[in-house]
Structure formats: structure tokens, C-alpha cells
Design a protein around this ligand. Structure first.
Ligand SMILES: CC(C)(COP(=O)(O)OP(=O)(O)OC[C@H]1O[C@@H](n2cnc3c(N)ncnc32)[C@H](O)[C@@H]1OP(=O)(O)O)[C@@H](O)C(=O)NCCC(=O)NCCS
Length: 218
């Protein structure tokens, strides 16, 4: 399911060679990378991501208070192990007579866009949500956010508009053996991909060091 949506993109981009996009689950040890990623978003992107003007201090506060025990954060790393895409799946408090729900927030740095990363993060989050008994996935976005609206609709979300904002909903089916296997396979593939990129980076650094390039010692 993940690949069907994720790989249907423009030719010639790093993530269009027909392979699954490796989406890793992040933990509290990734806070610096998450902060660095979000601080690279320009004012407009921050507005689209958080629904309001978001100065650096607010982003720092947001990252500091992500509860990794309750929520799940996913990330995509490029070949330099830079976090180019991330999604925060925030579990909403349970209340009587309401279905279990989570809210999805996502950002991809400009250099990673239009390669299916946002779609891959949404798919990974939806599968994880199903596997953790979430019945409804929400995305709150500005109605002017064409890319997010397109992404949500492509994933089958119902979009409702109100006062310049839009809420997209996805009613999730219960988990199945297939969703459990899909998530496990994606996690393994993402770990393997990260390990390979990490080894390659170290090897390159060692070569640069041997060749006497300053400042790149392993
Ligand atoms: C929204 C966002 C995450 C999309 O990331 P992405 O990696 O480019 O997403 P994908 O490549 O998977 O898909 C983007 C889709 O939107 C389409 N799109 C992009 N800009 C568009 C626009 N202005 N109008 C219509 N569609 C648009 C792309 O063509 C692509 O569609 P396709 O897969 O059918 O070709 C990214 O633009 C972003 O980080 N924006 C700033 C933060 C934000 O808006 N977050 C969402 C609110 S929580």
C-alpha cells in the first residue's frame, strides 16, 4: 500500500527508482535533528505546518515537549543522514462516545519535495495508527495548502472546509496481519537503509581524511 502511493512520482528524483521510501520511527534522542529540521522551514512553511506564525522559540518549545511515550514521530533521512521529512502522529485524548483518534502533522524540506516523501510519511503513519487501534486520522490544514490537500485527498481522506481552514479525516480499518507485517517490514528496511547510509558516510569521511582534506576527520 505504502509503495503504490509513494513511488508514483516524477522521474529522475532520488526516490523514484521503484524502491520503498524508508521511513524511520524517531525517538527522544532525535530531538536535535527534529529541531534542526523544523528551523529550516521558512515562514510560509511554518505557517502551513503549524497554522500560525511560528518563531524559533515556539518551535524549540514544541520539540522539547513532544511526548515520545504517547505520540509517534517518523522521519526520512537523505544520504547525508539529514532529516528531510518528518511526521508527528499525535494521539488525541480519549473521551466517552468518541472514536480513538490521532492528528497527523508533516513537513518535508524544499529539496525533498514532490518525490513522494509526504505521501510515504502519511502512509506509514496511517498504518501505524491502524496497528495502535486508532480509528480516525485527522489533518488540520489551511484551505490554501494545495499540496497537503492534494496529498490528503489522494490518500482517500474526506476534506471539510470551515473559515479558511480545512480538516481532513481518514476513517481507518482495524489492523490486520497485513498491516502488522507491512509496518515491521518498513521498520526493518528503514533501519537497514539508515545503517547503509551511515556506513557510506563514515567511509567517505575516512577517505577524505586519508586524502588530507581538513575538517572532515572521522
Ligand atoms: C505538504 C508537504 C508535506 C508535501 O510533501 P511532499 O514530499 O512534496 O509530498 P508528495 O511528494 O508525497 O506529494 C505532494 C503532492 O502534492 C502535489 N502538489 C504540490 N504542490 C501542489 C500545489 N500547489 N497544488 C496542487 N498539488 C500540489 C504534488 O504534485 C504531489 O502530487 P502527486 O503525488 O500526485 O504528484 C510539503 O509541501 C511541506 O512540507 N509543506 C510545508 C508544511 C505543510 O504544509 N505541512 C502540512 C500541514 S500539517
Amino acid at each position: 500500500m505504502h509503495n503504490k502511493l509513494a513511488n508514483n512520482h516524477l522521474p529522475g528524483k532520488p526516490y523514484t527508482a521503484g524502491q520503498a521510501i524508508p521511513v524511520r520511527e524517531l525517538h527522544a534522542g532525535h530531538k536535535d535533528e527534529i529541531l534542526n529540521h523544523l528551523l529550516q522551514l521558512n515562514d510560509e512553511d511554518r505557517h502551513l505546518r503549524f497554522g500560525t506564525q511560528t518563531p524559533d522559540e515556539v518551535i524549540a518549545h514544541y520539540v522539547e515537549h513532544i511526548d515520545f511515550n504517547r505520540d509517534t514521530v517518523f522521519g526520512i533521512f537523505n544520504d547525508d543522514l539529514k532529516l528531510i521529512g518528518m511526521a508527528h502522529l499525535a494521539y488525541l485524548p480519549e473521551s466517552k462516545n468518541q472514536t480513538r483518534a490521532a492528528e497527523f502533522g508533516v513537513s518535508v524540506l524544499p529539496e525533498g519535495r514532490a518525490q513522494g516523501l509526504g505521501t510515504a510519511l502519511l502512509q506509514r503513519s496511517a498504518v501505524h495508527a491502524r496497528n495502535t487501534r486508532i480509528e480516525t486520522l485527522y489533518v488540520h490544514c489551511l484551505a490554501s495548502n494545495k499540496a497537503m490537500m492534494h496529498l490528503a485527498q489522494k490518500a482517500g481522506m474526506r476534506v471539510e472546509h470551515a473559515y479558511g481552514d480545512a480538516d481532513a479525516y481518514l476513517k481507518l480499518s482495524p489492523a490486520s496481519p497485513a498491516t502488522i507485517v507491512e509496518e515491521a517490514a518498513n521498520e526493518q528496511w528503514a533501519d537497514l537503509d539508515y545503517a547503509m547510509k551511515s556506513n557510506l558516510k563514515k567511509t567517505n569521511q575516512a577517505w577524505w581524511w586519508l586524502l588530507g582534506r581538513p575538517g572532515l576527520a572521522p
